[in-house]
Ligand binder design. Structure first.
Ligand code: ADP
Ligand code: TRP
Length: 321
């Protein structure tokens, strides 16, 4: 079983990304008979980032984050999308089999146009490149968030078209929808998202995390009054880090009243630091020697590229190139 997913290095990863997606991707590496391919989708990020130094740095940062969070290069491949340029050639071949209507229906492009914003060809063609990413490694299973399901369906459609036309040249993938148990709330209570500037990053300096946690928006229930844990961001975040017993204890304390939000925020900070402590330490070590991260990416690309080359050769032969 080949598992594949791409992550766009468009900003530092936050705890919404981790609990909503990355944790589940990383867990798949431990399943027997699952070969996982994870890559930094820097060609895709180029649809939004037009600053060379920033894109280069963010790509390395995201790779370092993933390794620190537990992606194990002895179990899964990690590489930069652009280190396998064969994917662009395959994208072209797929493009020549892609009806315009299929792409016009895709939401990333459609939403932008609906908002009256200018869209470029990269954004329009984005799902074709994503399809090439998936089929070039013969992926069976593509773990993604709900928002990417449509793109995996486009991939299925294109793979089927080519198989129909040329014989069985491509593997048709299945989406594996990562059910995030809940939407992780940001410090302002809305969905945590880099576009709302309400994120807490796993690897931010302790003083920054402390400031953000202490600044979480809460209601004005007096200290002595009982409080509602279900609609409270501090409790919702604490639950993600705490053991079930710790979460139950905070919940009971909310319902009993008598403790102020400041105290709960301190507990949240302690739980955050404990939960991500080992990952934060690992990241500090990698930062001191980025050659480890570079080596992992190079080896991942070397292995991934060999598979990509075989698929591309097969498709080239089939289409007559
Ligand atoms: P952002 O909203 O910060 O731009 P992305 O859209 O890049 O994040 O998210 C990448 C993946 O992380 C998504 O497919 C989604 O599954 C997950 N994710 C992002 N934010 C959250 C959140 N607040 N709660 C749960 N999952 C999230
Ligand atoms: N488009 C995906 C996102 O924005 C990233 C991505 C690129 C991807 N290529 C992929 C995901 C292939 C899964 C498979 O999140």
């Amino acid at each position: 079983m080949v598992v594949l997913s791409g992550i766009q290095p468009t900003g530092r990863l936050h705890i919404g990304n981790y609990f909503g997606a990355i944790r589940q991707y990383i867990e798949l590496q431990d399943r027997p008979d699952h070969q996982c391919y994870y890559f930094l989708a820097n060609y895709h990020a180029l649809t939004t980032i037009h600053d060379g130094a920033a894109l280069r740095q963010q790509t390395l940062d995201a790779a370092t984050d993933l390794l620190a969070l537990g992606l194990d290069p002895t179990k899964a491949l990690l590489f930069r999308q652009s280190d396998v340029p064969e994917v662009c050639e395959l994208a072209w071949i797929l493009s020549c089999h892609t009806p315009m209507g299929l792409l016009e229906r895709c939401h990333a492009y459609k939403d932008k146009v609906a908002q009256g914003l200018p869209a470029d060809h990269g954004l329009f063609a984005y799902p074709v490149l994503m399809a090439a990413d998936i089929v070039i490694y013969n992926a069976n299973l593509v773990p993604v968030g709900q928002d990417q399901k449509q793109h995996v369906e486009v991939t299925q459609d294109l793979a089927q078209r080519l198989n129909h036309r040329y014989g069985e040249v491509l593997t048709v993938p299945e989406p594996y929808i990562v059910e995030s148990t809940a939407v992780v709330p940001g410090v302002d209570g809305r969905k945590m998202s880099k576009s709302y500037d309400n994120t807490i990053g796993m690897f931010e300096p302790e003083n920054v995390v402390k400031k953000k946690i202490m600044g979480i928006v809460t209601d004005s229930t007096p200290v002595e009054a009982p409080k509602d844990p279900e609609n409270n961001t501090v409790y919702q975040l604490y639950k993600l880090f705490a053991t079930p017993e710790q979460a139950a204890a905070m919940r009971d304390s909310f319902l009993a009243g008598g403790t102020g939000y400041g105290e709960y925020k301190k507990q949240l900070l302690a739980a955050f630091l404990e939960y991500f402590g080992p990952a934060r330490e690992r990241r500090t070590r990698y930062e001191a020697d980025m050659s480890y991260v570079q080596d992992v990416l190079a080896e991942g690309a070397r292995q991934a590229r060999a598979v990509a080359r075989e698929t591309l050769d097969r498709v080239r032969a089939a289409v007559g190139i």
